[in-house]
Design a protein around this ligand. Structure first.
Ligand code: SF4
Length: 453
């Protein structure tokens, strides 16, 4: 079958779309292995001409749309355009359809929704589409037809992640990503043991409550084999970015991975560390494994926002210690903070600034808070009538998604500007790094000439 995969995702920090996403990559490998002809485009906003060109070029029989939780309006517009096309089926999957399958199924032209991890749902569903007479339902795939809507339960989770093939990267133009950044991105597992209220992980975990082990990790050998393969395939790989928030939350597994990493490869690395699970020994072992940067979600200087609203289970003294350990181990830190969370106020913003002053991160990644649908924090905002009337347009405009009398979005804007003048900021990829190699060389030459006066 000819399948056009649409990645509907926000334009995040200057990273081009389609953007590599490990679970989508594994799905693409599995579909390709079953003989489907695949093409992939990414969109952060409605681009009619591009969509028309892709349809004319690929002549798809099926559209699989991977929809982010902040791209529901975009999906609506894209499907509106697609829904009139004869012989074209639309199947939706990814974050939004998983948290609101009924809503996704009501989008124009969508006849099936694959919920949760797509390896066991979509792949099986497409096999069964070939044999419609069997009439078998696919676990985790909601369907709408003349008889109504069927809502089968989710399948069991894939517990042995080593049994899955490596994710496809070529469709994401990964060679260009490596040449821009010198980095490969690797996911070491699925699921997370934490229950932060600004994240969809708690909901996903509860959906799979009786469906197997939620937190799963690949074996260190399996991960290292993927890294070795990527280093061979892509020129210019200098470091590995481990994507998982749960990366360092199992000390025994982590020690085994870092041992393999230290002894079998020469790359540097970067990873996440949760403040409530970090120890000095973990920081030291990461430093020994050539960890150059640790990303830490500090989120807010207010203990009330961090722990009561977002349920992060942190303590300010421990956050301070963590940044001090990283500094003394020679590892750069990136502090991620949200501005404009529920119950944000002038006082809590001051607490955030004071905490940043005391922990002195190497770089600050400051984001306007947007309540992801189906999270507990979004529910808190909704109950209080704080959800911004412009909805996800606020997210795409990098503005706060909630609007409280005590803390209007313009107050957050002013505070964010003040932070930018005080702390080194993480701007994501500079826009010129998205250019071709030749164009970048030209721009670098101009910048060098300017620097020399
Ligand atoms: S640690 Fe990260 S992935 Fe896990 S629940 Fe918190 S925000 Fe979500």
């Amino acid at each position: 079958m000819r399948i056009l995969v649409l990645q509907l995702a926000p334009d995040t920090r200057g990273r081009p779309l389609p953007r590599f996403e490990p679970q989508l990559g594994v799905l693409l490998t599995l579909l390709r292995g079953r003989g489907h002809a695949l093409s992939l485009i990414g969109m952060a906003r409605f681009e009619l001409d591009r969509l028309k060109r892709s349809l004319a070029r690929e002549l798809p029989q099926l559209i699989y749309a991977d929809i982010s939780g902040v791209c529901i309006n975009l999906a609506q517009r894209v499907f509106q355009h697609l829904s009139g096309r004869e012989g074209l089926s639309i199947v939706a999957g990814g974050q939004y359809p998983s948290i609101d399958p009924a809503g996704a199924l009501s989008l124009p032209g969508v006849h099936a929704v694959a919920i949760g991890e797509p390896d066991a749902t979509l792949v099986t569903y497409l096999e069964r589409v070939k044999d419609p007479i069997s009439g078998a339902v696919t676990p985790g795939v909601w369907l709408r037809d003349e008889q109504g809507t069927s809502r089968p339960k989710l399948p069991h989770l894939v517990e042995d992640l080593d049994s899955l093939p490596p994710p496809d990267r070529d469709l994401f133009d990964y060679a260009a990503h490596v040449s821009r950044t010198g980095q490969i991105e690797v996911a070491v597992g699925r699921g997370c043991p934490q229950r932060c209220a600004y994240c969809v992980n708690p909901l996903m975990e509860s959906m799979y409550a009786d469906r197997g082990q939620w937190v799963r990790r690949r074996s260190p050998q399996n991960i290292m084999a993927e890294i070795a393969d990527l280093t061979r395939r892509f020129a210019g790989v200098a470091s590995v970015r481990f994507l998982d928030h749960a990366f360092a939350q199992d000390p025994m597994w982590l020690a085994a991975l870092l041992r393999e990493f230290r002894t079998t490869c020469a790359l540097s690395m970067r990873c996440h560390l949760r403040a409530n699970r970090a120890t000095q020994a973990i920081v030291a072992s990461l430093a020994t494994a050539r960890c150059e940067q640790i990303d830490i979600e500090v989120i807010s200087g207010s203990q009330f926002i961090r722990d009561e609203i977002f349920q992060m289970d942190t303590s300010e003294p421990h956050i301070r210690e963590l940044f001090a350990w990283c500094r003394s181990a020679g590892v750069r830190t990136r502090a991620i903070i949200y501005l404009g969370a529920p119950y944000e106020s002038e006082a809590s913003l001051d607490e955030t600034r004071n905490l940043l002053r005391s922990i002195r991160p190497d770089v600050v990644d400051s984001r306007c808070y947007y309540p992801l649908p189906a999270t507990e924090a979004a529910e808190t905002a909704r109950e209080n009538g704080w959800l911004h009337r412009r909805g996800e347009e606020q997210y795409h405009g990098e503005q706060c998604g909630i609007d409280m009398p005590a803390c209007r979005p313009d107050m957050i804007r002013a505070f964010a500007a003040a932070l930018r003048s005080e702390f080194p900021m993480d701007w994501g990829e500079p826009w010129w790094r998205r250019w071709s190699h030749k164009a970048r060389q030209a721009m670098q030459a101009i910048l060098a000439r300017d620097r020399m006066g």
